[in-house]
Design a protein around this ligand. Structure first.
Ligand SMILES: Cc1cc2nc3c(=O)[nH]c(=O)nc-3n(C[C@H](O)[C@H](O)[C@H](O)COP(=O)(O)OP(=O)(O)OC[C@H]3O[C@@H](n4cnc5c(N)ncnc54)[C@H](O)[C@@H]3O)c2cc1C
Length: 419
């Protein structure tokens, strides 16, 4: 779940900037100049926040509720930055104030730098939001946004004093943000945002129904993780391109790592067709905050298809003395598609505190809030919910639960995508 602390921190930075900018505006500035330069500053701060989030630092995971949430905020901050920058561009006075020499002003590169930055920002945003572009192509293009940031710094630093005063209180805040932003850019662009890679040997590659289970044995240190967390998997060898994120489906005390990968595109198909036991894999992580251990005593776990993986790890880690009451709703296409169903049944029977509810869409059964209301012993608002599955399913359930009075803080979701 997206935690409010992170959003409050971003809003706080923007509010402080606005107060400083409006409160200490130079007397010779007309309201339009003050207002539009403030919007330019806000756009820059939003871009900086977006860049800082791409550092993937642990502290931000705590603040925002996991890496998947950080990337959602990264995207939204980018969109708002572009919109605010557009308003700034159209609103900022184009005529030079009296007394400013147009020839001297023409020699200052602020306007062309800003214009270029804005054009690249808008193009970059269209590319960033285009889901049709393959991830492996999209990623290097997205990194070009770093250029936009540098152009905008140039635009601000060379802007004539009649528009902004770089060394005013709000100007200094922008300069500080630029320093943090540039350090974050270098950190991310040079791959320092990837957590230390631990080497693993491929123990087994098991073909399942439309998915592959990859079992890894640590070569040295074992990855320390909590059930529900994920990691980036990097297969060593030619043609294996960039790391891919997968939820760890094993329990932390198994001594091995298990990932269950749905066959979706080129990389996951290659895993199924070409990955061989004995090969080397690097695992970076763990990431994520989809943790049910510290939540309420009555929990509903809603898994759709491959969205079962975080719950698989939680269930595999669960001890017989666990005092939570858990309903695991597992929605799949049909019996065959419901991977690990037999294991889930056996574990639920052994544990005693887990009620398993398999639902097959081919038989006309879906995860539905009205059915949950009918079948659960207590009112819906008394449970804590954990959901992972296809977006339409998660969005639909979220809407239904909210309508039934379930507090937002009691609904936790894990997104299987970053963009
Ligand atoms: C936090 C998280 C946990 C996940 N856990 C699981 C899991 O347990 N089991 C499972 O089957 N899938 C999981 N996924 C999804 C999995 O990462 C993608 O299905 C996989 O990377 C697809 O790669 P592809 O090249 O085969 O498919 P493509 O068709 O190329 O990609 C399909 C989707 O995956 C995204 N994607 C592709 N490559 C990457 C990458 N390198 N980094 C980030 N996103 C990428 C794309 O944006 C696209 O939306 C998880 C994703 C995230 C973000």
């Amino acid at each position: 779940m997206l935690r409010q602390q992170g959003i409050v921190a971003i809003i706080g930075v923007i509010v402080v900037f606005a107060i400083l900018h409006l409160g200490f505006a130079p007397e010779h500035h007309d309201p339009r100049t003050t207002g539009t330069t403030m919007l330019g500053g806000i756009a820059f701060l939003l871009m900086t926040c977006s860049i800082v989030l791409s550092t993937r630092l642990d502290i931000f995971e705590d603040l925002f509720g996991g890496l998947d949430r950080m990337y959602q905020v990264h995207r939204v901050a980018g969109v708002f930055a572009a919109l605010t920058a557009l308003v700034h561009f159209f609103g900022v006075p184009k005529d030079l104030p009296e007394g400013v020499d147009p020839v001297a002003n023409a020699l200052v590169p602020s306007a062309p730098l800003g214009m270029l930055g804005l054009i690249f920002l808008v193009i970059g945003l269209f590319i960033a939001l285009n889901r049709k572009i393959r991830y492996s192509r999209w990623r290097p293009t997205h990194k070009m946004m770093a250029l936009v940031y540098v152009l905008i710094i140039g635009h601000f630093m060379t802007a004539p004093n009649v528009f902004v005063e770089q060394f005013s209180a709000s100007g200094l805040m922008i300069i500080l943000a630029a320093i943090i932003g540039v350090i974050s850019l270098i950190y991310s662009l040079f791959g320092m945002n990837r957590r230390t890679a631990l080497p693993f040997r491929i123990e087994a590659v098991n073909a399942l129904e439309r998915a592959t289970e990859v079992v890894l044995t640590p070569v040295g240190k074992m990855l320390d993780f909590k059930p529900g967390q994920f990691a980036f998997v990097e297969v060593q060898g030619k043609g294996w391109s960039e790391p891919h994120p997968f939820t760890i489906s094993s329990a932390p005390d198994e001594g091995q790592l298990r990932f269950t990968m749905k066959v979706l595109g080129d990389w996951t198909r290659k895993v199924r067709e070409e990955l061989q036991p004995g090969g080397e894999v690097k695992v970076r992580g763990p990431y994520g905050r989809f943790d049910a251990a510290g939540a309420g005593k009555k929990q509903i776990w809603l898994a759709g298809g491959i969205g079962l993986t975080p719950f698989l790890s939680k269930l595999r880690a669960m001890q017989p003395d666990d005092d939570r009451q858990i309903h695991l709703v597992y929605a799949a296409r049909d019996q065959q598609d419901a991977i690990f169903l037999d294991e889930l049944k056996a574990r639920a029977a052994k544990l005693g505190n887990v009620t398993l509810v398999p639902l097959f869409s081919d038989e006309g059964h879906f995860a539905r809030v009205d059915k949950m209301k009918e079948n659960l012993p207590d009112p819906l608002s008394t449970y804590e919910y954990f959901m992972c599955g296809p977006k339409p399913m998660v969005d639909g359930l979220m809407k239904g639960l909210r309508k039934e009075g379930v507090a937002r803080k009691n609904i936790h979701t894990e997104a299987f995508e970053f963009r």
